[in-house]
Design a protein around this ligand. Structure first.
Ligand code: ADP
Ligand code: MG
Length: 534
């Protein structure tokens, strides 16, 4: 059975597989396009629409349209459509279901085993939510793969083997990521990664919307247009079109109309670049941070700088990277690279599932798997050996008391496992001390950094687990507690805390479930009940 790779994007999604000839190919959607807007229109109580028509429906029926849902993954968010409860997971599941349905229809293959891409910066909760979205869609999620790793797999497939270091600049619709990777034929390893999950093409659109609106209001000062939600939705769509047009044309024009009033607004590429210069500069600040971090790890030369993500098509991106960093950035199949690489990863996973561990040296098993997957044996062995190593996406730590004796209690997070530590990571024990006299229990709270930059302040972190070390007699204050963090390749965090005078300990394994199994089951029924219409 073919395993599919799915790029579940903030604004556009895409599904691909590796065909019999070994090429990664896109399965087109119901209207014959390679990518599908990640937009869901809850048309009626039993009918949903996904894709381009859903995007257009945002104009007519904005309250029943959900877009940019990826930005809410991993958060509790309850939506209600006609009495059916929805979450970011279930809305994403509807997108996945439509991608799978259209792909099955187009390829005549069964779409059940999949891998789904996630941004490199996704934390534990976001990853778990993505897995659950796949389950709700009725899919078997073999694994998740970071988007830059997928881009690198596609890059490797088209450029051939050899040792290379690449810099991936991914400016998508709603997120921005930079990642440095090493490729060497048998292994792809992430050197470091950074990004801003609230910065993307949609922010460039918003600047054009502001511009169109202010020009229109200047021409029609009495107009009520700026209070109309429908009008603003329409401007957003026009703005995205103008932005895309300005990637090839020097200037674009738009007729803004509202209630019989009109304004003709002209926007040149230069003006557009001025309106958005600070946004671009934010991507360069992050680029600079990533270059610095890579240098600390001994990586100072990049064989290729790849632009993935649709917004990397804006000419100012490559121009700025050349000017500020001397990079000769290349567009790397910006809409499809991630899905095609995910398809390669899907093939690797399907081999590994059938050939766990030492089976790779068992010739009979290898030949059987080669038969099943329609590959030759050498290829099966090569795929089974392929290693992918990533880094810790965000820092993890323990909540500690910051204030001194007699002061009001202020807590902060002491990060123990730093972002960008290579995985698997096994840290040496970290020493903490109790703060109160006669403690008979120690509460250990594990927190994860929330934003891109590590900060000790509580609001910049999210609590992901807690537990008590207890069962000892009252301890003197300042008693030592050792806390050891480790994280495996899949990002599962294990924490071991030991009270050193008695040896009493606590083991925590952090796997955020997000939705419970029962909730996943319920959501699956809800999602399966809808008729899908493209
Ligand atoms: P995501 O993976 O976040 O969904 P994509 O990588 O598909 O995003 O990129 C979508 C973004 O790229 C959107 O903001 C879209 O407007 C923008 N985009 C697509 N084509 C162009 C273009 N020719 N010029 C500028 N921006 C573009
Ligand atoms: Mg993307």
């Amino acid at each position: 059975m073919t395993t599919f790779g799915i790029d579940l994007g903030t604004t556009y999604s895409c599904i691909a597989y590796v065909d019999d000839s070994g090429r990664a190919v896109i399965a087109k959607n119901a209207v014959g396009e390679d990518t599908t807007p990640s937009v869901v229109y809850f048309e009626t109580a039993d009918n949903v629409v996904v894709g381009p028509e859903a995007k257009r429906s945002a104009l007519l029926d904005p309250d029943r349209v959900v877009s940019l849902v990826k930005r809410s993954m991993g958060q509790r968010l309850d939506l209600d459509f006609d009495g059916a409860r929805h979450t970011p997971e279930s809305v994403s599941a509807i997108i996945l279901r439509e991608l799978a349905r259209a792909a099955a229809e187009q390829t005549r293959l069964e779409v059940r085993d999949v891998v789904i891409t996630v941004p490199a910066h996704f934390g534990v909760a976001e990853r778990e939510a993505t897995r659950n979205a796949g389950k709700i869609a009725g899919l078997n999620v073999l694994n998740l793969v970071p988007e830059p790793v997928a881009a690198a797999l596609h890059y490797e497939a088209i450029t051939g083997a050899g040792n290379r270091t690449i810099f991936v600049y991914d400016l998508g619709g709603g997120t921005f990521d930079t990642t440095v990777l090493r490729i060497d034929g048998t292994e792809i390893s992430v050197v470091c990664t950074d990004g801003d999950h609230r910065l993307g093409g949609a922010d460039w659109d918003a600047r054009i919307v502001d511009h169109l609106l202010s020009e229109f209001m200047d021409a029609n000062p009495e107009s009520a247009a700026d209070g109309s939600e429908d009008f603003l939705q329409g401007l957003a769509i026009a703005a995205e079109e103008m932005k895309k047009g300005l990637s090839s044309a020097r200037s674009r024009r738009h007729h803004v109309r509202f209630d019989g009033e009109a304004a003709r607004v002209e926007l040149s590429r230069e003006e557009f670049e001025e309106l958005t210069a600070d946004l671009l500069e934010r991507t360069f600040e992050i680029t600079r941070r990533t270059v610095g971090l890579a240098a600390e790890r001994g990586v100072t030369v990049f064989d290729d700088v790849l632009l993935v993500g649709g917004a990397g098509r804006m000419p100012a991106v490559a121009a700025g990277l050349r000017e500020q960093f001397g990079f000769e950035a290349k567009l790397h199949d910006p809409d499809l690279a991630v899905a095609k690489g995910a398809a390669r990863f899907a093939l690797i996973e399907s081999v590994k599932v059938r050939l766990p561990g030492e089976d790779a040296s068992d010739n009979a098993v290898v030949s059987q798997v080669a038969d099943q997957l329609g590959l030759d044996e050498a290829e099966v062995r090569m795929l089974a050996r392929k290693r992918i190593t990533t880094v810790v996406p965000r820092a993890f730590g323990v909540k500690v008391l910051k204030s001194g004796p007699g002061e009001a209690e202020i807590h902060q997070i002491a990060h123990v496992l730093q972002a960008n530590t290579p995985l698997p990571a096994h840290l040496v024990p970290h020493r903490f001390r109790t703060v109160y006299p006669d403690q008979t229990a120690i509460l250990v709270e594990i927190w994860e950094q929330a934003g891109a930059v590590a900060s000790a302040e509580l609001p910049d972190n999210t609590k992901i687990a807690e537990g008590l070390v207890s069962g000892f007699p009252p301890l003197p204050e300042h008693s030592p507690l050792n806390v050891t963090f480790s994280m495996d390749e899949l990002g599962t965090l294990r924490v071991h805390a030991v009270e050193l005078t008695t040896g009493k300990d606590l083991r925590l394994e952090v796997r955020i479930e997000g939705l419970s199994a029962a909730e996943v089951g319920l959501a699956r029924d809800t999602v399966a009940r809808y008729d899908l219409r493209e």
